[in-house]
Design a protein around this ligand. Structure first.
Ligand SMILES: [Zn+2]
Length: 265
């Protein structure tokens, strides 16, 4: 059997498992390249339910609730290429360095993950090679191609956050998420605040760091791309109408940002 596993012969993904990478609008002409690390909550068949009940697998610990709908609609509205991960962050977190202790979490919020206990080195590497690597390799290849073809490229990493974490309520509707890029996040903050009815977090509820993040440091900062992350509160986008509303909001803001960036060049 040939797997997209970089020569890895240990079995994780089988023929009835979905491919890890979901792609939409690959020929889109927008400068915005959308990524979505926590888009899906699939689990390889071999791993069963990771020892968790369905109620846990529906929670934010397994994926970014609502963001799939927003990402797909936004990709369509902007004509932007979207690259997303179908597998759950509980299988392997595609926004964590592989060296991070939470790459394959033993606990998430207060939930122990039985299926992640006592993994052999081979089991860890199978998840890395067959779920994490193909996703990040594809993002890197797409960026390579765009840079080679001199296509303007701005990396936007889409996430959602739980309204209450460890008993603490979060007041923001949406937040920008960044580290070193000082060009794009101020434009995004300005655009979101101009909508008038939003509590906008500036690097809230999270900021990006090399210890806790992968996509922005590796594909954005290390490649010298303009970049930002966005975090949307999950209760606002849990249902289809909220997903449409937020795709519309972001499409408007990014449309304005694109005009401003083009005017500067
Ligand atoms: Zn996320």
């Amino acid at each position: 059997m040939v797997l997209d596993g970089g020569g890895d012969t240990s079995l994780l993904l089988m023929k009835d498992d979905v491919p890890p990478v979901l792609e939409q609008n690959a020929a889109g002409r927008s400068p915005f390249l959308l990524t979505c690390d926590h888009y899906g909550r699939a689990i390889p068949l071999l791993l069963g339910d990771l020892g968790l009940p369905e109620t846990e697998l529906n929670r934010h610990i397994a994926w970014d609730i609502g963001v799939a709908g927003v990402a797909s609609l936004l990709s369509r509205q902007l004509g932007a290429h979207l690259i997303a991960q179908r597998y759950s962050r509980l299988v392997i977190d595609c926004n964590r360095p592989l060296r991070s202790p939470t790459s394959i979490p033993l606990i998430s919020e207060a939930t122990l993950i039985p299926g992640n206990e006592g993994l052999t080195r081979e089991a860890v590497e199978a998840r890395q090679r067959q779920v994490f690597d193909p996703y990040h390799r594809h993002i890197a290849e797409v960026i390579d191609r765009r840079l080679r073809d001199k296509v303007p490229t701005v990396l936007v990493s889409l996430h959602s956050f739980t309204p209450v974490y460890a008993g603490i309520a979060r007041p923001w509707h949406v937040g920008t998420l960044y580290h070193r890029d000082t060009r794009l996040p101020p434009l995004l903050l300005k655009g979101l605040r101009a909508q008038g009815d939003l509590v906008v977090g500036d690097n809230e509820p999270y900021a990006v760091s090399e210890e806790t993040d992968y996509t922005i440091p590796v594909h954005g900062e290390a490649r010298g791309l303009m970049n930002t992350g966005i975090e949307i509160r999950q209760d606002l986008i849990a249902a289809a109408d909220g997903q449409r509303e937020w795709a519309d909001r972001l499409a408007k803001v990014f449309g304005e940002i694109e005009l401003e960036l083009r005017a500067r060049t």
